[in-house]
Write a protein that binds this ligand. Structure first.
Ligand code: ADP
Ligand code: SF4
Ligand code: MG
Length: 323
């Protein structure tokens, strides 16, 4: 199976007093077994909402529509909420940006890990669940794991707290970890430790990882493939090395040129001009048009994601099939 998670035609909208927010607007995306997929884009581009939608975590009046969302061949859209809840946490785990709010401050780490294990493996012996909890804390590099089980979330430093969240997420040995900006709040050294840890776990547990970030540098270092998002749509996908070496979409090019660590040495560092579009007033044409140096008249008409090679696609009139 070349696909663990498949998303087709995903649209998520939120009615607001300013109008209808089209947060996610026609996303097609695959996550393959064992891979690390980077999902990158500026804040507000729809990264989090895409995966909250997949997990059934968008609350009304938010509305999720899709042609299909399949996980291991099962259509999640046809499942009852209780069945989706069972998959979430057992087969698909999520870590959120802010570990302090994601963890429950009132309970020890032991309670939280053991409860996660019990929720998805009903009937597991207490002692076994506790042993697994210790093993998970060790695995994520928490020193003195057995004693630390009794600690509360606030008794850990920021980096250790992220590790605890990863430990809880991985306690059920998921097939897929969705890591939403797992390191944004952390300093650079700890950032790379947490990312190393996630990568190590991916290899050891044979799981897939979706790494959501606004930092293309992190994606370039860590991810096999990348999906670049802009204004609720995927604008470019492909193997990370190829996309970074030869970006097709002008937005991807702009992102690369605005990044000190990735900018090509012979090109000056330039921020992308202009601002992201208002999500209640999105045009039917290319959404990058107002900021694009290559825009021509036809760009005002709808532009679909065009396959360039078997592995690459871009939502731009400049995307041509490679020969
Ligand atoms: N509950 C909500 N109600 C209204 N708008 C929302 C809600 N959640 C997200 N949005 C909007 O959806 C868009 C995408 O948000 P999000 O997926 O969180 O972006 P990202 O994760 O890429 O920063 C943004 O314009 C955001 O303001
Ligand atoms: S479709 Fe046109 S406006 Fe949009 S990114 Fe491509 S060239 Fe620029
Ligand atoms: Mg987000």
């Amino acid at each position: 199976m070349s696909q663990l998670l498949g998303i087709r035609g995903l649209r998520t909208t939120f009615p607001t007093r300013h109008g209808l927010v089209r947060a996610v607007d026609g996303i097609d995306l695959d996550v393959r077994p064992g891979e690390c997929l980077g999902v990158v884009g500026e804040s507000g581009s729809g990264k989090s909402v895409t995966f909250l939608s997949v997990l059934g975590l968008v609350r009304p009046p938010g509305k999720v529509e899709a042609e299909a969302i399949t996980f291991q061949g099962r259509n999640l859209l046809s499942l009852a909420p209780t069945e989706i809840r069972a998959i979430r946490g057992r087969d698909i785990a999520v870590t959120m940006q802010d570990a302090l709010t994601a963890l429950n401050p009132a309970f020890t780490v032991e309670t939280q890990i053991v409860e996660t294990i019990e929720a998805h493996e009903p009937g597991i012996a207490k002692g076994e669940a506790r042993a697994r909890a210790i093993e998970m804390l060790r695995l994520v590099g928490i020193p003195d794991a057995e004693r630390r089980l009794a600690s509360y979330p606030h008794q850990f430093s920021g980096g250790m707290r992220q590790r605890v969240m990863v430990a809880i997420a991985l306690a059920c040995r998921p097939k897929l970890l969705i890591a939403d900006e797992p390191t944004t709040a952390l300093d650079v050294t700890i950032q790379s430790q947490v990312l190393d840890l996630i990568d190590d776990m991916r290899v050891r547990l044979g799981m897939s990882v979706v790494l959501i970030t606004h930092d293309l540098g992190i994606v370039a270092e860590r991810c096999d493939r990348v999906a670049v998002m802009y204004a609720g749509q995927v604008v470019e996908t492909g193997p990370t090395a190829e996309v970074v070496a030869a970006p097709i979409h002008p937005y991807t090019r702009g992102l690369l040129r605005s990044m000190p660590s990735l900018a090509h040495l012979d090109e000056p560092l330039v921020p992308i001009d202009g601002t992201v579009p208002d999500p209640t007033r999105l045009s039917d044409g290319c959404r990058f048009l107002p900021r694009c140096p290559h825009a021509v008249e036809v760009c005002a008409r709808p532009v679909g994601l065009r396959a360039v090679t078997a592995e690459r696609a871009a939502r731009c009139i400049l995307a041509e099939v490679a020969r």
